[in-house]
Design a protein around this ligand. Structure first.
Ligand SMILES: [Zn+2]
Length: 376
């Protein structure tokens, strides 16, 4: 077979000059297939990296917003702390003022008491003795008592007010401490978020770089694939020119185990009309494997009535057709080569078909011929 001969010749040549390597074992078709897979993988890789970049961008954006939000919160908190400091300072001043007033009043009253004591010792007796009546004396003592009582009450009131102011000052101090603690907590949170944002930005940059690398690889693989496809096309053209004959000789049976023909090649009556049947119909369960009758080059282009269909060009104008499949083999692609016995697809009921079967057809120079001409 042609391809094998070329591969063997290449291998022999490689061995002669002592440069045998894996690349010599790869045919142009295999190279195309490998690069198709590599290119598809590279494209998938690009998509994965695009998704990763998007995720990283979203994360970065989320942290940016969180950082902005907490910065605003910190600003508000700072204003609250400043306002509370003023309230606290005012409370401190009020407490200090009241204490001062209390102390001054106490000192004043003490001075008066001292003065009254001295006066009492020196002259109150004289005053008492000088009052003309008992009633006057009683009134005088009552006055002294009333003064002492009033002083005591005023001092008590001042003491209570001082206590209340001190209590209020303590409350404002506690509130101030709490606001400061809250600010510190917010600033800590802000620092952590800023750190997370920095990391998210670094991750985003890295994902962007990875994406660029993946895109470069995909572009390069795509170019290699294009070149390999051109080389392959040239190889096929050359191969076809050098092989005008069908050289495989005898077809392999495409559907091992299923030999019953439900509709033969040639004229038949279908729904009361005369119809030329271009191949033979072989009933088989859906999914039954279909194999290439001979080696050749694959194409898919066929009339829609054939459903999922594979054509194999064998050289010399001879083509086999496998129609109505559920699907062709995944490994196949337009222009790939298959060997006799390679999997081409699975029995189905697609296109103009009534029940699962393989329509197996041979065309010579575009005209249908009996497949039995080639089945030995
Ligand atoms: Zn048919």
């Amino acid at each position: 077979m042609k391809r094998k001969r070329i591969a063997a010749a290449l291998c022999a040549a490689a061995l002669c000059i002592g440069m045998f390597s894996a690349s010599f074992a790869e045919t142009p078709a295999e190279k195309v297939e490998r690069l198709r897979q590599e290119s598809a993988a590279a494209e998938e890789n690009v998509e994965a990296h695009e998704a990763a970049v998007q995720t990283a961008a979203n994360q970065k954006e989320a942290y940016t917003q969180k950082v902005q939000a907490i910065q605003q919160q910190i600003e508000i908190q700072k204003q609250l702390v400043t306002a509370q400091k003023e309230v606290l300072d005012e409370a401190c001043r009020a407490t200090a003022d009241k204490l001062l007033e209390t102390e001054r009043t106490r000192a004043l009253f003490e001075d008066r008491l001292v003065a009254m004591y001295i006066r009492h010792n020196n002259s109150d007796l004289a005053t008492l003795l000088s009052v003309s009546t008992f009633a006057e004396a009683v009134r005088y003592i009552d006055n002294l008592r009333a003064i002492a009582q009033s002083d005591t009450e005023l001092l008590e009131t001042l003491r209570k007010q001082s206590e209340e102011l001190a209590a209020r000052q303590a409350e404002e101090e506690a509130a101030y401490q709490q606001l400061q603690a809250d600010q510190a907590a917010l600033e800590q949170q802000g620092a952590e978020l800023a750190d997370a944002l920095q990391k998210a930005e670094a991750a985003y940059s890295k994902e962007q770089a990875d994406l660029a690398a993946a895109q470069a690889t995909a572009t390069q693989t795509g170019e290699e694939l294009k070149k390999a496809e051109e080389e392959y096309a040239a190889w096929v053209a050359q191969n076809d020119n050098s092989s005008p004959e069908f050289t495989d000789g005898v077809f392999q049976w495409p559907l091992p185990g299923y030999t019953r023909v439900s509709s033969p090649f040639g004229w038949r009556t279908l729904n009361g009309k005369q119809d030329f049947h271009r191949g033979i119909d072989l009933p088989a369960p859906q999914g039954t494997r279909i194999y290439a009758a001979a080696s050749g080059v694959v194409s898919f282009n066929a009339h829609s009535s054939y459903g999922n269909c594979v054509k194999i060009s064998h050289g010399g104008g001879l083509v086999t057709i496998y129609a109505h499949m559920t699907a062709h083999a995944e490994s196949l692609y337009e222009g790939c080569t298959v060997q006799a016995g390679d999997l081409v697809g699975y029995v189905g009921n697609t296109g103009n078909s009534y029940g699962n079967h393989l329509h197996f057809e041979a065309d010579l120079n575009g005209q249908p011929v009996s497949v039995y001409n080639y089945l030995g």
